[in-house]
Ligand binder design. Structure first.
Ligand SMILES: [Fe+2]
Length: 296
């Protein structure tokens, strides 16, 4: 549930056991379950973050909606069609459906297909299905091309594997370059280079802190963030409260909610992060300590 900080901002720490997976009954999906980790109930207004599971034999018929929807495949295999191209999905594939672009899914394989799903702008009710509308001209795919790390023939999709984690260093990404966040590796996945306008999705990895407390100094943003932890563990200071997070957990930080992480463990901590709205090109990350230093 949403937690309010002393300054009136919001955040949520969501563990898998806190989340209920609900069967979707919208006339479009068959054998789809969705567990919402961050949405209106957690205080989010710009995004919705969920884990979606399409059971063997399941399909999501062609549909469109007035928000972007990105995915990162956590487990299993399946197919997706986005606009006019079909792809075969495997763990580590990612991509997104631009706003109003028809897309459809299928899982003809014998294990569940599970992905992290981020939607932005946050879906709001239009009609009966949270703004999703059937696009019956597009049927669920029965085949598709493999997603390469890089290929001129594919749009809206890509593939991540461990070999793409860059050496750790100071953070360098839209909105901030500098040493307040160090020991970090970032691999962008869904961003404006892929065509996204409303949100970003990327991998973050911190190696164990060489100096305690010096991974990501406390900061805040003019946008919302979610961190879905996939490996290792971290100590966080979110809205002034200490939290311990581990693989499977998700943290939501609202606009202007201060947050910082350290990795006090022996192994790297990794998470999949989303930001919405997409960060401004500069001044997207504000470090309170830098400004407080002016007082001394
Ligand atoms: Fe942040």
């Amino acid at each position: 549930m949403e937690r309010r900080t002393a300054t009136g901002t919001s955040y949520a720490l969501v563990r898998p056991e806190d989340v209920m997976s609900v069967a979707v009954d919208d006339g479009i999906a068959d054998r789809l379950e969705v567990a919402v980790y961050a949405g209106r109930e957690q205080g989010a207004i710009h995004l919705e973050s969920a884990v979606a599971t399409l059971a063997p034999g399941g399909t999501i018929g062609g549909h469109i909606h007035p928000f972007e929807e990105s995915f990162y495949v956590l487990q299993g295999r399946g197919f997706i069609t986005i606009a006019d191209t079909s792809y075969q999905l495997r763990t580590g594939d990612f991509g997104f459906a631009p706003l109003a672009h028809p897309h459809a899914w299928s899982n003809p394989f014998d294990e569940p297909l599970r992905w992290l799903r981020t939607r932005s702008p946050q879906p709001r009710p239009i009609g009966e299905n949270q703004g999703s509308f059937a696009f019956s001209e597009l049927a669920p795919p029965s085949s598709g091309r493999a997603i390469d790390v890089e290929s001129v023939g594919q749009r809206f999709v890509g593939h991540f594997d461990d070999s793409q984690v860059p050496p750790p260093g100071p953070l360098s990404m839209p909105g901030y370059h500098g040493y307040n966040i160090r020991n970090v590796s970032v691999r962008m996945m869904v961003d404006e280079l892929l065509g996204a306008q409303h949100h970003t999705l990327f991998i973050v990895e911190f190696i164990p802190s060489t100096v305690p407390g010096m991974s990501a100094k406390e900061h805040f943003h003019p946008f919302e963030e979610t961190y879905f932890f996939t490996a290792g563990a971290a100590e966080g200071l979110i809205g002034g409260e200490s939290v311990s997070v581990t693989a499977g957990d998700l943290v939501f930080a609202g606009v202007n909610t201060s947050h910082g992480y350290t990795n006090e463990g022996d192994v790297p901590v990794r998470w999949i992060e989303a930001q919405a709205p997409a960060p401004p090109p500069a001044h997207g990350t504000i470090f309170e300590a830098d400004w407080l230093a002016l007082e001394t």
